[in-house]
Ligand binder design. Sequence first.
Ligand SMILES: NC(=O)c1ccc[n+]([C@@H]2O[C@H](COP(=O)([O-])OP(=O)(O)OC[C@H]3O[C@@H](n4cnc5c(N)ncnc54)[C@H](O)[C@@H]3O)[C@@H](O)[C@H]2O)c1
Length: 368
Amino acid sequence: MRTPAAGEIRVGIIGAGLIGQAHSLMLRRISDRTNGGLRVIAVADREARAAENLAARWPEARALASAAQVIADQTIDAVWICTPTAYHREACLMAARAGKHIFCEKPLAMTASDAQEMAAAIRSAGVISQVGLVLRFSPVYTVIRALLSDPSAGAVLTVTMRDDQDFPVRGVHNSAWRNDPSVTAGGTLIEHSVHDFDLLTWMFGPVRRIYCRTRNLNGAAGVEDFGATQMEFAAGFHGQLTSVWHGMIGRPSNRRLEIFAERLFLACDHDSSGPIVLQRGSGAREQVMSEAEVMERFTQILLSERPYLSPLKDSFALAYALEDGAFVAALRGECGADPAFAEGIKAQQLVEAAYASSRQALPVVVQV
Ligand SMILES: NC(=O)c1ccc[n+]([C@@H]2O[C@H](COP(=O)([O-])OP(=O)(O)OC[C@H]3O[C@@H](n4cnc5c(N)ncnc54)[C@H](O)[C@@H]3O)[C@@H](O)[C@H]2O)c1
């Protein structure tokens, strides 16, 4: 295993679709702001054109056809696994065995048990790994989490979240695999709301019981386009998550979050930057915390919790830049990888509990 702490970090991107391209852009930004300390030197994609187009954005990067070819390059320190979900496991196992550090997109695998096998390979190889649970870098959610941690808010009473997305096989998500149950781990719950399951436990702690109902209108077996999940948190309160894949191409992805604590109401209609609506115990009406104030508070929190991200100060509104920056900092030994692989497994286990509940039409005790 190469330890890139001091020198240039040499990266391979596996999967050059929507998210592979997004990570490439973010890595370029990180490289520019860290004196060129990082370079993508290989891109693999099943589609030669996709690999070539992305490789062309980096000086002298090679366009390859498979994960195995990237991993065979002994000069590569770290890989970003950005293929459709079914192919994460094999790429991750190969990369770990070859001593490559691994950033893997969510969901980690087709099942939590596959993800555990990947984590075991990572542990025994001693490589650094991180999962793409990007909402943990969202300005609005980070500020909401901090507001709730203030004792003046009192205990949380309930949370309601809605996650909606245009059925992601067209438009910006030009990817037929999301309708293919042999390649996707499921539908809206695992492929999109896995972020929400992670976010809600990051904000409110463990869930001990789940009741979920799903529906499928698109006809692809095992690819639900609706999920209503009721969660009982270990802290004693209940929350609701509505996940929906609809047919409005002009509405690619959106989230609403609404929280009541004893003396604080919070709501926001964005999953990244934007204003937060709030009402405090003694307040006569709702107020709006402006987007500018949200960013100011987020900046303070980030600089105190993740000071190693300070070179990205002009990119704090770009959650993908922050998650990649955090992984690069972990590669440099400046911090531990966060969110760790284990968080990706926990989130996937929660979604699997939701699926089990939906199959049985009964509440399920969460064994995480
Ligand atoms: N964190 C996020 O916000 C986020 C957003 C989008 C996608 N994702 C995740 O990223 C992964 C990829 O999603 P996407 O939207 O980029 O999909 P996509 O369809 O846009 O891109 C996938 C790319 O992988 C290539 N590919 C397919 N099989 C391959 C293989 N075996 N080896 C190499 N390349 C292969 C395809 O040709 C395609 O170019 C999925 O797991 C998805 O859930 C995460």
